[in-house]
Design a protein around this ligand. Structure first.
Ligand code: ACM
Length: 617
């Protein structure tokens, strides 16, 4: 069962928690630098001695502003528009930034630093790696109420993410009020079955009206959208709406069948490109979208058109003849180009999935790379800006642990370590190859990998976690799939690559899980699974074995003689070297008890070395 907590109630609860933690404070200051667990990790942090102690009554009344001296200082050139400098001493708390966004992020850091003893003394200089730090949410396959969207925005802001990609239309339902086309929501926002897979693969894949008994769905009114936009703006989050063209549009043709090639509902998911009414519809809808959304960027989809009906549709064929088009691929380019020209004429910029690279794009347009990293690499090298959201690494609908232990998800595997290990700017073949290994989960020769020329690296404007909702039926499950993986994407997006390190992130993310729960989030809490990885040591005579888990702190014990691990087995402290074929067995221990399953792996040193030679010689 899912519980909806109103944002106001949440805000009150958060204030109460904050105040309670202040009541608990005690006076003694620590002797040495204090361990802090910030996510994302700042650019630079120096821990000092002691705490700035807080006047709880004052804080209760006035919040952070009672003790944070925030000032805008335009002379701070090297921290950019979103950076901040924070200095906490036992005497005072000083926060400087060049904009209100910088002050906002500085305050988020302060919230994470607060303890029952006060605010630990630190000197922090911080600014983001990327200007685009995004989360995407598909509200079509399953609908999520406004309150859940606000809850997600709160967490995004807490982790310094600044872009919400709102996937408002798709074949599961149309989710936004459009005044000129009321049948989009009266006929295309509800369906006869909630479970997407049953509905999509079943015999009655149909939409219905809201008042049909058992109808499932919903949509956001324009007032709902305005509230979401206000809430996001207060948290320095930009909202990019996505309206899908020309595919993923089955729900449109229920109310407006004349817009698809056969002129009948349930015959296609793609607009008829030869029909002028398609372009009237597109411009009308985008006009209402632009009236509502102040975002410079408008996403028009562009992905996965099959183009089958276009091959035989007389209107599409006519248009191809008139424009001397050689294939239906050019019809796809035609509608994308129409969308781009229209948006540009209204002062907006088009964003689209990586298929739009087939177009001769305007130089301002932004490519969103989802079929691996190649779309972004190609876009950047051609001079376009790009956002990295490679499906195989950054899709939140993929499994985050052993599938047999998890509820149904999309078919791939993206545990948090895999997500965290992704570097969005592959400027050399080694990084590109490592990314490709993550994507394909198999080694690939670095020499065959394409990569971004270093002079084009700045065209990767950011990174995004994408949450498709086919297998996410409700809010509780949504939070389970998004958290804590969102924290990994937030750190990829904010923290310099050289400051990112899995073992450090792993420790910090484990401390954030109870905090997420305190704020009313229902996260995945990590499994008791273990991972064994191997690496050839430099003299090529042995294999280094690393054991890892997501949970920490835990005790791992292991054997290399085939015996079962017990409380007497060696405690794993660091990677160890094997020089001959060995059966490694390892398990997580809590006291005498084994948690989860015993991991067993035969490590064949000769095989590993042979594979290494194949790839490196
Ligand atoms: C997509 O995953 N079709 C963008």
């Amino acid at each position: 069962m899912s519980i909806i907590v109103s944002p106001r109630l949440r805000a009150k609860a958060l204030t109460m928690l904050f105040v309670l933690s202040l009541y608990c404070m005690f006076a003694c200051a620590p002797e040495k630098g204090v361990q802090v667990n910030l996510i994302p990790e700042p650019v630079s942090i120096k821990s000092g001695i002691g705490y700035y102690k807080l006047d709880s009554a004052k804080v209760m009344k006035e919040g952070l502003d009672s003790f944070v001296h925030g000032k805008i200082d335009f002379s701070l050139k090297d921290i950019g528009e979103e950076g901040y400098i924070l200095s906490v001493t036992p005497e005072k708390v000083e926060l400087s930034a060049t904009t209100s966004a910088g002050l906002f992020y500085g305050k988020k850091t302060i919230c994470q630093l607060l303890t029952s003893q006060g605010l630990p003394c630190v000197e922090i200089k911080d600014y983001p790696r990327f200007p685009y730090r995004g989360m995407h949410l598909d509200v079509s396959r399953h609908f999520f109420p406004k309150e859940e969207v606000l809850k997600l925005l709160d967490e995004m802001a807490y982790y310094k993410m600044n872009t919400f990609h709102f996937h408002l239309t798709d074949n599961g339902g149309w989710r936004i009020q459009i005044d000129k086309y009321p049948k989009l929501t009266s006929m295309g926002a509800y369906r006869v079955e909630k479970d997407w897979q049953k509905w999509w693969e079943g015999s009655i894949r149909e939409f219905c009206s809201e008042n049909t008994p058992g109808a499932y769905g919903g949509y956001y009114t324009k007032d709902d959208i305005r509230e979401i936009l206000r809430y996001a703006a207060e948290r320095h989050i930009k909202v990019i709406p996505e309206i899908e063209f020309p595919a993923h549009s089955d729900e449109v043709f229920v109310g407006y069948p004349e817009l698809c090639c056969m002129g009948k509902s349930y015959t296609s998911g793609e607009f008829c490109i030869g029909n002028e009414k398609t372009f009237t519809f597109m411009k009308d809808v985008l006009t209402e979208i632009m009236e509502l959304f102040p975002s410079k960027y408008i996403h028009v989809g562009g992905d996965e058109a099959r183009k089958n009906e276009w091959k035989t549709c007389p209107k599409c064929q006519d248009l191809m003849k008139k424009r001397n088009m050689k294939s239906v691929d050019e019809l796809q380019c035609y509608i994308i180009q129409q969308a781009e020209t229209f948006l540009n004429s209204r002062g907006r910029t088009m964003v689209g999935w990586d298929e739009i690279l087939k177009n001769n794009l305007d130089s301002s347009s932004i490519v969103m790379s989802y079929r691996g990293q190649r779309g972004a690499i190609m876009a950047a090298n051609k001079g376009y800006r790009a956002v990295m959201t490679p499906g195989e690494v950054l899709y939140f609908d993929w499994y985050q642990a052993e599938p047999r232990t998890q509820p149904q998800a999309m078919y791939g595997f993206s545990p948090i370590k895999k997500m965290y290990s992704f570097n969005p700017v592959p400027t050399d073949s080694v990084v590109a190859a490592r990314n490709e290994e993550l994507v394909k989960s198999k080694p690939i020769s670095p020499d065959t990998m394409m990569y971004i020329q270093p002079q084009n690296a700045h065209r990767i404007i950011g990174v995004q976690g994408s949450t498709w909702a086919e297998f996410i039926p409700d809010e509780e499950h949504l939070e389970y799939m998004i958290f804590p993986r969102l924290l990994a994407v937030a750190e990829i997006a904010w923290t310099p690559q050289q400051n990112r390190e899995w073992q450090s992130f792993k420790c910090r993310v484990n401390t954030h899980i109870p905090q997420l729960k305190q704020r009313g989030i229902r996260p995945f809490t990590f499994s008791d699974e273990m991972e064994l990885t191997t690496r050839i040591v430099s003299d090529r005579k042995g294999v280094e074995v690393t054991l890892d888990t997501e949970k920490t702190p835990v005790e791992i014990r292991y054997t290399t003689d085939g015996s079962e691990p017990s409380k007497h087995s060696s405690v794993y402290e660091q990677p160890f070297i094997l020089n001959k074929e060995t059966l490694v067995k390892a398990a997580i221990f809590k006291g005498d008890q084994i948690l989860g399953k015993v991991l067993e792996k035969q490590v064949s040193v000769s095989e590993e070395i042979k594979n290494y030679y194949e790839y490196h010689d």
